[in-house]
Design a protein around this ligand. Structure first.
Ligand code: NAD
Ligand code: MG
Length: 401
């Protein structure tokens, strides 16, 4: 039996960090379709205590955790007498991450997910990783922690999930190139002038995927694909030179792996995050569910184009920090989180996002920071990046439209 595989009648216990988000919702949808197969261990949310309480009751969670104090109070009130354990704050999040479970879906958005995900790795939980910012912020530390505890990391991000599967077609040293596709986001065809006037509502209206606000904005700037290059570098131990990005607006081909004999193995699926989530939940088996099926004849045409690094400089910045290494990826992620939040709050314009990130990286050079070797170091560098980025926001204030 493969380690971690269950006997046929035992249920698979699943914990979800970030259960109230878009990935959390998709995972719970799959889980609720097969109650005979799954049970819920822990569920967490950032602040929405009432929503998390409802999910915890509906899915019979053993532990429910809300990070923010006000939301935690709501959670406790709503779950009083239910028999479901509750916890709050950082300690609560760490307890949820290490609650006994067969699979932990890491779906918090941003570097806030780093500490609990590392705790889960140290506890040898099998991780279904959605939270790519963890790998950007402290990728080497993350992979080292997984290796030393023996924890299995399954990529949940659709492109990386496709790469993970395609890599099984040949040995690692026969891999020539890995290509991640990008939908191109809602602004794929916008001119530079039009991009300067883009507002949050437009950026949040993704043509293909329905996702949380942070990743939706990252998809609009193409920073998401940049973060994914760094994610792929760590997950698959490949240098920047072997990692590529191709814009593919239909989001049917999620990734391609080219081998040295000229063969290319691609991962295709309908653009629905439940497909990679189902893979992670079922692994190493494959569980049947009423998945929407891929119908290529109905689609007719799939198109591909290179990314435009002039209109979407965030992708170039992410590639540069991947190559520079050190503390740069941690700083890039931190600055991007601050910039995305500021754009959503209309404090900076759309081009300001990449500009804040670029200027943060330039200013941080004088700080002489090293690559984080511990979670404390990663959080300290993250803090520096956020502080610098915040001081830059007024320079890139949104123009009144
Ligand atoms: P989301 O914003 O919809 O949900 C985020 C979840 O994290 C929520 O439950 C929220 O309460 C919780 N959270 C946010 N900040 C927190 C904090 N500071 N402390 C504790 N909890 C906090 O995000 P999402 O779209 O579900 O994305 C989650 C992660 O998965 C991101 O890293 C994203 O890049 C990645 N991802 C998402 C998709 C997608 O289709 N949504 C696809 C691939 C990867
Ligand atoms: Mg992705």
């Amino acid at each position: 039996m493969v380690s971690g595989q269950k006997t046929t009648d035992a249920k698979i216990a699943v914990s979800i960090l970030g259960a109230t988000g878009s990935i959390g919702k998709s995972a719970l949808d799959l889980i609720s379709r097969a109650p005979e197969r799954y049970e819920i261990a822990a569920l967490t949310a950032g602040r929405d205590g009432r929503k998390l309480a409802a999910l915890a009751r509906a899915h019979g969670a053993k532990l429910a955790v809300v990070s923010e104090p006000e939301g935690y109070r709501e959670l406790c009130e709503a779950l009083a007498g239910s028999g479901i354990r509750t916890a709050g704050g950082r300690e609560g999040l760490l307890a949820a991450a290490t609650e006994p479970a067969d699979v932990l879906i890491a779906a918090i958005s941003g570097a806030a997910g780093l500490e609990p995900t590392l705790a889960a790795l140290s506890a040898k939980r099998r991780i279904a990783l959605a939270n790519k910012e963890c790998l950007v912020s402290a990728g080497r530390l993350f992979m080292r922690t997984a290796k030393s505890s023996g924890a299995i990391v399954l990529p949940l991000d659709s492109e990386h999930n496709a790469v993970f599967q395609a890599l099984m077609a040949g040995p690692h040293d026969a891999v020539e190139r890995v290509t991640l596709t990008a939908s191109g986001g809602p602004f794929r065809t916008y001119s530079t002038e039009r991009l300067a006037r883009a507002v949050p509502e437009e950026a949040l209206r993704h043509p293909i995927w329905s996702m949380g606000a942070k990743i939706s904005i990252d998809s609009a700037t193409l920073m998401n694909k940049g973060l994914e290059l760094i994610e792929a570098h760590h997950l698959f131990d490949l240098p920047s030179a072997q990692l590529d990005v191709l814009v593919h607006p239909q989001s049917i081909v999620h990734a391609l792996v080219a081998f040295r004999d000229g063969a290319v193995v691609a991962g295709l699926a309908v653009p629905d995050m439940r497909v990679p989530i189902a893979y992670c939940l079922g692994w190493p088996d494959r569980h049947a569910w009423e998945a929407p099926r891929l119908d290529l004849a109905a689609l007719g045409t799939l198109t591909f184009e290179p990314p435009d690094l002039v209109r979407f400089p965030a992708l170039k910045l992410a590639r540069a920090v991947l190559e520079a290494g050190g503390a740069m990826p941690t700083l890039l992620n931190a600055a991007n989180e601050v910039a995305v939040e500021a754009f959503l709050a209309r404090r900076i314009g759309f081009p300001g996002i990449a500009a804040v990130v670029e200027n943060t990286l330039e200013r941080a050079v004088s700080e002489d920071l090293r690559e984080p070797a511990t979670v404390e170091e990663a959080l300290a560098i993250d803090h520096v990046g956020r502080s610098i980025a915040r001081t830059l926001l007024p320079q890139f204030a949104a123009k009144a439209s």
